[in-house]
Design a protein around this ligand. Sequence first.
Ligand SMILES: C[S@@+](CC[C@H](N)C(=O)[O-])C[C@H]1O[C@@H](n2cnc3c(N)ncnc32)[C@H](O)[C@@H]1O
Length: 242
Amino acid sequence: MSEVPLIHPAAEGDEGEYTAGRHGHIKSYVRRAGRMSAAQENYYAEMMPKIGVVYAPQQIDLVAVYGRIAPKILEIGTGMGETTAKIADANRDNDYLGVEVHVPGVGALCKQIAERGLDNLRICQHDAVEVVRDMLPEASLDGVHVFFPDPWHKARHNKRRLIQPPFVALLASRLKPGGYLHCATDWEEYALQMLEVLSAEPTLVNSADGFAPRPEYRPLTKFENRGIRLGHGVWDVIFKKR
Ligand SMILES: C[S@@+](CC[C@H](N)C(=O)[O-])C[C@H]1O[C@@H](n2cnc3c(N)ncnc32)[C@H](O)[C@@H]1O
């Protein structure tokens, strides 16, 4: 493993205002067991020193990070990174920042970045709420992707969902005028929450009449294809910053 710091997962009973305080807001994730494969570990050690953006509670200059002026897209919760890598590969004129706390997922994405030779994708391995709050300047992003965020099905866990009014307001403040916030989920009740929360954010306007058709830039995942065959739904919610 390289010296990039590991995550600091939520302590049991760690609660409080969703975006309040430097520490202590409700986390949208919990510690997950999972070892890196040898390949993931090697790619992590090779790539993170080159493409890792280390969390620090101070604003970054995204143009300096990528060394060019180009549209900047944030992806929250990259998981194993297949979608993230495909999108960055297909859109080399855009710069992407993937944020993920799950270490094996970061290792898997490092492998994709190396194999595809992507120089427009960086990874920050940290809680996205803190990354957005502490590191990203206002009006610095052209787009935000939140694809299949953990649905936290049980009512008592709903408070862990990412898409809630305070965080959406924070995300909206980081978008440039005309920038977009794109959420997708296969959990209908969360889809309705996304639509409701984004609709209630005064600085955002719906790009569609309700749910949006899946735009071409979001590739279908294997798991989504299987769900569609089984008759399950997937909902896209895409709003623009006024
Ligand atoms: C259900 S997975 C979806 C992954 C991927 N977007 C996809 O479509 O396959 C959600 C991911 O979000 C990550 N995640 C949840 N909360 C996060 C946070 N606050 N900051 C960074 N990553 C987070 C989890 O670790 C997990 O990998």
